[in-house]
Design a protein around this ligand. Structure first.
Ligand code: SF4
Ligand code: SF4
Ligand code: SF4
Ligand code: FES
Length: 952
């Protein structure tokens, strides 16, 4: 637990070996060169008054409150902008300084409302504090002259208010938006007395470029920019540090609390993944946790056409267990399975796979990573030896060239995108490979030197042609390859990649990318210094997803871009705990730590720890579960925190499989799409209601801390434990820390991880063991995890999903900043104000050909199904390509995606679907059926009574 107000040292930390010693008010202080006098003083607990300075931003020197006297220097320099010097002698207090500071404050206060007692910043207002610090006792100018006291409020943003009457024009907000967020939405308009903060061209915040990250709100030293929750509820009385439950960046936050109520989420400046920054989701979109739709009572029913019935926990768990046992007795041991969640904690995920392996007696456990990053695991394991990204996020600050492939960081991983943009503004160079013109291609002060706008489905053709240039133009880092990689695999790969068929010229008709661009991009990546690759689902969700991951690893090895800071192969994981759910043994063929179930010594270790014999054959993957269900062989499923009915491809196939099962147990917050097919509903807990850990895209394990009691009565790990005991496999953990202790005992890469160490270090990047007791920020230093790096031949094999006269367009999918995944959480927040429906993006040429205008209803038909979305006409997509997001169930994006999948991992080919688009006037037949089914299920839910809802 932290105190509410954290010390702010005024200017950013400087690191470096060279130290400087100076004297401040008679005390000797030694700090790294480049440190400001203000920070040096603060480090010695000498507080110099300040208003425009904060340690999150570079010094600006505008308020003149922090003036000091420095021996030998004329005048009174600002301590925030003055760097320390060896032997410097500083005085922070004397009569002259006190007079000047009081004068400055007097001017500020003469144009400031004196409503401190009713002001939302009362108690944490820096202006108020400074008036006290400098001893302001009177304002000689009076309050009658020209002033800004009637300036209007901007309440357009649903999460914060801009009250211009309180603004002191310190520019902290403007600099936060520029430096921290990188959106550059704010400016100081006009000069002198008329100067004021303006969003865009003096627009309301909601109509400006603002993306509602909240950095300006956090930076504001007054109540000018305030969270609405703070205005409504007043200040918090305690805070608890926890980890965001949205994306794979894994930002650390202080949940500021009044009792069990969250007043606001404040990004933790000591958070190793986010350094005090956040996005609109993590900071503001937590209202879903207390939303009226939340179901907080267990429920059961026998058939999908039955009403739900509220029951006790004992009855629900007892019924679920008896059904699972009945099904196994009737249909065999393999007729049931479980699905773990990338949204739940490591400990919860570990327990679900343990329940399946030890309690159900099979390996039928899978996770949603099946449908996103399973190719990452496969591709990186086979080339580099470890199924994870190679760097920490901070590594990007040492990259010279950044290559973003099939990822949209500003929407999917916003806080990391801000850091990446900071590095790009410092001069790193940028290559983007994406069918769509993502924001990063061109944004304020940033432009990709090469946008390789390939056709969907041609990733491997592109990566091969890039590698071809590197191999045939003598750009291979021969010494790195000789020393670090397998010689024969390299020779085989080199011979293959040098073939003319892999040249950019030969691949151009396939990828659609001009050969000259490919050649220039390859040269840049190979020669510009540190080359860092960041990739996303645009790489993995293809029929050749694993091949592409291997192609990326090949490229990085060939150019020596692995094993140090500033380089690497970095999968940007979508959900908060995708990395962790994979690490915890969620795949049917692997125990925790990616060890195959057929490995006798590993299995014996788990058998002796868990006290039961374990199966040595891989269980069913999610798509195989569906197939087996439709074949009548798979009848029972326990789903913790996933919504397969919305997120898996070919919805009609999925729902047919779900309908054919006899007992589906859904453990979740809401009656999600999958729960509409369930027989048992167990109310899950939000991240605010439990202890545990998440592992982000950097392999960083961070603590999730309980800030309130579970609304349904139990945390998810406790519910799994109840179910395990009821099916006859005893589990008796008293706290998630005990589960982590067991994980550490059984998983070599986690040996040194414990809640105590996490509390001590803040977070830990695995591997963490005797060799790396504090974790491993950079992987593969000196040697690859598998020993020598292995090059693998990556033959381009076109997808079977081909355009033809009937389906002439290619649909690709992605996500948007304000919504998250299936939207179950963000759709229940004010984030809908930014995005309240999924739309289909279509190029003006394709739209015109079809008579489609902006906002028209467009039928999108594929070989799998049809749905209807409204059109957004944009040149972001190239001709022949359409694009949509998948955050709203009624959009039915997955009604049209097909069952094509990655050859190695079955990861669905979400990114390539051949479709036709036509102007229509009514919803698709599927959408009409969906609405009817949803209405029926909602009324069956209502029959359970108002008590089952959080908002009763
Ligand atoms: S809004 Fe706040 S941070 Fe921005 S200039 Fe005004 S007082 Fe400073
Ligand atoms: S909320 Fe973020 S994007 Fe919006 S103006 Fe503030 S800093 Fe800029
Ligand atoms: S970037 Fe991701 S982890 Fe960070 S606040 Fe936003 S959603 Fe949460
Ligand atoms: S704090 Fe130094 S000039 Fe404002």
């Amino acid at each position: 637990m932290l105190s509410i107000v954290e010390q702010d040292y005024g200017t950013p930390e400087r690191t470096g070996d060279k130290l400087v010693t100076l004297t401040i008010d008679g005390f000797e202080v030694t700090v790294p060169e480049g440190t400001s006098v203000m920070r040096a003083a603060a480090l010695s607990q000498i507080r110099i008054p300040k208003l425009c300075a904060t340690e999150q931003l570079e010094a600006f020197g505008s308020c003149r409150l922090c003036l000091v006297q420095i021996e030998g220097l004329k005048g009174l320099p600002a301590s925030c902008t003055t760097p320390v010097a060896q032997g410097m002698k500083v005085r922070t207090q004397n009569t002259q300084l006190a007079d000047v500071r009081r004068g400055v404050m007097e001017l500020y206060i003469s144009d400031h409302p004196l409503d401190c007692l009713t002001c939302p910043a009362n108690g944490h207002c820096e202006l108020q504090d400074m008036a006290g610090v400098v001893g302001l006792r009177e304002v000689r100018y009076g309050y009658d002259g020209a002033n800004h006291l009637d300036a209007p409020k901007d309440i357009s943003n649903p999460y914060f208010t801009f009250d211009a009457s309180k603004c002191i024009v310190c520019s902290r907000c403007v600099r936060a938006c520029d430096e921290q967020q990188g959106t550059l939405a704010l400016t100081i308009q006009a000069r002198g007395f008329d100067s004021k903060v303006a969003a865009s061209q003096d627009a309301p915040f909601m109509d400006s470029e603002c993306v509602s990250c909240g950095a300006c709100v956090q930076a504001c030293p007054t109540a000018t920019l305030s969270e609405n929750t703070l205005i409504q509820k007043g200040q918090a009385e305690h805070s608890i540090t926890t980890t965001c439950a949205y994306c794979g960046v894994g930002c650390s936050f202080r949940a500021e609390m009044q009792g069990e109520e969250v007043v606001r989420m404040v990004p933790n400046k000591n958070g190793h993944a986010n350094h005090g920054h956040s996005c609109v989701k993590g900071r503001f979109a937590i209202g879903y946790a207390t939303h009226a739709d939340r179901i907080v009572k267990p429920m059961i029913r026998s058939k999908l056409s039955d009403s739900w019935r509220e029951v006790s926990w004992e009855e629900a768990i007892g019924y679920a267990a008896s059904e699972l046992k009945r099904i196994q007795a009737k249909y065999g041991r393999d007729s049931i399975g479980g699905i773990t969640s990338s949204r739940c904690t490591n400990e919860e995920t570990y327990l679900v796979q343990k329940l399946v392996r030890a309690g159900f007696g099979n390996n039928n456990v899978d996770t949603c990573a099946r449908v996103c990053h399973s190719p990452t695991g496969y591709g990186l394991k086979n080339t580099l030896g470890e199924s994870a990204g190679t760097q920490n996020f901070d590594s990007v600050m040492k990259a010279d060239v950044i290559f973003v492939i099939g990822a949209n960081p500003t929407d999917g991983h916003p806080v990391f995108a801000s850091q990446m943009k900071r590095r790009l503004r410092q001069g790193a160079r940028l290559i983007v490979a994406d069918p769509r013109t993502i924001d990063l291609v061109r944004s304020p002060h940033i432009a990709a030197e090469h946008h390789l706008q390939l056709r969907p489905g041609t990733n491997v053709a592109l990566i091969n042609s890039l590698a071809h240039v590197i191999v045939t133009e003598g750009l291979v880092k021969e010494d790195f390859v000789r020393e670090r990689c397998e010689g024969d695999s390299f020779a085989k790969w080199r011979n293959f990649i040098a073939l003319e068929k892999n040249s950019p010229e030969a691949m151009q008709p396939i990828t659609g990318v001009p050969a000259s661009e490919v050649r220039a991009a390859a040269r840049l990546y190979a020669t510009a210094g540190n080359g860092a690759i960041y990739y996303g689902l645009g790489v993995t969700e293809h029929s050749q997803g694993s091949t592409m991951v291997m192609g990326i690893a090949n490229l990085a090895m060939a150019t020596g871009n692995l094993g140090r800071e500033g380089v690497g192969v970095n999968p940007l994981r979508g959900q908060n705990n995708v990395q962790g759910s994979c690490d915890m043994g969620s795949f049917p063929h692997e125990f925790p730590g990616y060890r195959h179930v057929s490995d006798d010594s590993v299995r014996h270790q788990f058998e002796s720890a868990w006290g039961v014999p374990l199966r040595n054959d891989p269980g069913l993957r999610i798509p195989n579960m569906f197939e087996a269900a439709l074949d009548g062989e798979f009848k029972g499923l326990y789903i913790e925190g996933e919504d397969i009915a919305q997120s898996d491809p070919n919805t009609q196939h999925v729902t047919a499989a779900l309908t054919s099962m006899e007992c589906i147990i859904v453990q979740d917050l809401f009656l999600n799409e999958s729960a509409k097919f369930a027989h048992v509903f167990l109310p899950g807990s939000s991240f605010l209601e439990k202890d545990g850990t998440f592992t982000n895209a950097e392999r960083r394990i961070s603590l999730v801390r309980k800030v309130m009691e579970p609304k349904g009565g139990y945390a998810d790990w406790q519910i799994t434990q109840l179910l395990a005991n009821a099916v006859g496999y005893p589990m008796n953990y008293a706290h998630p820390s005990e589960i982590m202790d067991e994980i550490a005992r059984l998983t070599p890469t986690f040996t040194g991880v414990s809640f105590a160490r996490l509390n001590e270090l803040g977070s830990i990047q695995w591997p963490c063991n005797a060799e790396h007791p504090d974790g491993t920020p950079t992987m593969h230093v000196g040697t690859f995890v598998r020993g020598k790096g292995k090059f693998l031949v990556t033959e381009y094999v076109p997808t079977q999903e081909k355009v033809n006269a009937k389906y002439p367009l290619l649909l690709t999918t992605g996500r948007i900043l304000s919504q998250y995944n299936v939207g179950a959480q963000t759709r229940r927040t004010e984030n809908n104000r930014w995005h309240d429906e999924d739309r289909v993006e279509i190029h003006p040429h394709d739209a015109e050909e079809r008579g489609i205008a902006e906002g028209d209803w467009v039928g999108i038909a594929s070989r799998a199904g049809e749905t209807v979305l409204r059109a957004r006409i944009t040149e972001r997509v190239q001709p022949g390509v359409v694009y949509t997001t998948f955050h709203f169930p009624e959009s039915g994006a997955n009604v049209i995606t097909t069952e094509n999948s990655d050859w190695a991992t079955n990861c669905p080919e979400y990114k390539v679907t051949a479709v036709q688009a036509t102007r229509v006037t009514q919803p698709s037949e599927w959408q009409r059926r969906f609405r009817k089914f949803t209405d029926t299920q909602q009324s069956l839910l209502k029959s359970a009574g108002a008590d089952v809802f959080a908002g009763k």
